[in-house]
Design a protein around this ligand. Structure first.
Ligand SMILES: [Zn+2]
Length: 359
């Protein structure tokens, strides 16, 4: 139910991933709608802040860096600046545009993890995971490819099959191989920390399915189908050398899973903007929080991040999570990997003074 008596609004926009520029699909789905909404509230004289920033951790960035022979920091520096400048060029009116490699974020995400750890909110689990002996490296997520056991796609990743959309565990893949060397990987034992999403399932069901029937049907429907399928514990740490180190003893060489740290980036960036008053935008029940996202982020913003906030205990949950469908270009799905897109930074160079035409 829409809260009637709010005093302020916090608008967050999905953090673009800093391994490529943004295209018009991102703009249509997230940034232009969020900007219109924020500008409207500002015109009405309401207290509103619009939070944006780059998501700079995770495996796709380390893979791109290895391919180009540069460091992950080089990759995120390059794309953070391209994205930030092009968003400003189009007039997206962020109050802050931060990054998840900032010092503030490192501290905020570490403290968040530490609090959940100290409160006993994680399950510790040892499991067998793939390791590339030649590269001397763990194979998290996209470092491993194989055949999807559900649909037979031969290019499924260790965490997801993009052909049928299912979530996978790397050990489910048929004929797994390392994307670094092409070798068949070996299984080794490793310890990780898991968020028991099943524990939060009853509260998530009540909060979304009973109290937020007004959410967009695509968002509500996807949440309902995940909840009806039953939530499982989900690992929130990875064996990787790029990310926020897991801030506890016995976790050397491990970092926070990118989808654990990225949404905390909204909080860190709010802190950088409002070091003295950020808390009222996140913890006061009279704040309305709205997450603008793309439809591929629904599970993270509607189930996983809220479960993290519930476990932490002092934060407000979002009032709404509008997600839009993907935009097509000449009838075909926009794709970064196939370079089928209109890139914002190229448009701005090509058509100076025509920002409003694109909007
Ligand atoms: Zn599949």
């Amino acid at each position: 139910m829409e809260k009637k008596n709010y005093k302020r609004t916090l608008v967050t926009t999905a953090l673009p991933y800093a391994n490529g520029p943004v295209h018009i699909g991102h703009l249509a789905g997230v940034y232009v709608p969020a900007d219109i909404y924020t500008r409207y509230l500002r015109l009405k004289g309401e207290d509103v802040v619009m939070i944006g920033g780059s998501d700079e951790h995770g495996v796709p960035i380390t893979i791109k860096a290895q391919k180009e022979g540069v460091t992950p920091q080089d990759i995120v520096d390059r794309y953070h600046n391209i994205i930030k400048d092009s968003m400003a060029g189009l007039g997206i009116s962020f109050d802050v545009y931060g990054r998840t490699t900032s010092a503030t974020h490192r501290v905020t995400a570490s403290e968040f993890f530490k609090k959940l750890y100290d409160n006993g909110e994680f399950i510790e689990k040892t499991s067998q995971q793939f390791y590339d002996e030649e590269a001397d490296q763990w194979l998290a997520d996209r470092y491993i490819m194989g055949t999807c056991p559900h649909c037979g796609n031969e290019r499924a990743y260790g965490d997801q099959c993009e052909a049928c959309g299912r979530d996978l565990n790397a050990t489910d893949l048929i004929n797994p191989h390392s994307t670094i060397t092409g070798n068949v990987p070996v299984l080794r034992e490793t310890k990780h920390w898991y968020m028991p999403l099943d524990k939060w399932e009853p509260r998530l069901r009540q909060w979304i399915l009973e109290e937020h029937k007004e959410w967009k049907t695509n968002v509500y429907g996807q949440c309902k189908s995940w909840l009806d399928g039953g939530l499982q514990p989900r690992a929130v740490t990875r064996d990787l050398n790029w990310g926020i180190p897991v801030p506890i003893e016995g976790a050397e060489g491990k970092v926070l899973y990118v989808w654990f740290d990225a949404p905390i980036g909204y909080i860190s960036n709010t802190k950088d903007l409002l070091p003295d008053t950020w808390e009222k935008y996140w913890k006061d029940p009279e704040t309305r929080i709205i997450h603008f996202i793309g439809k591929d982020n629904i599970v993270f913003h509607c189930l996983i991040f809220p479960a993290m906030l519930m476990a932490e205990g002092t934060y407000q949950l979002p009032e709404n999570v509008p997600a839009n469908e993907f935009l097509n270009l000449e009838g075909d799905k926009i794709s970064t990997s196939r370079n089928w897109a209109v890139w914002l930074h190229e448009y701005l160079e090509e058509f100076p003074g025509k920002e409003d035409v694109l909007r």
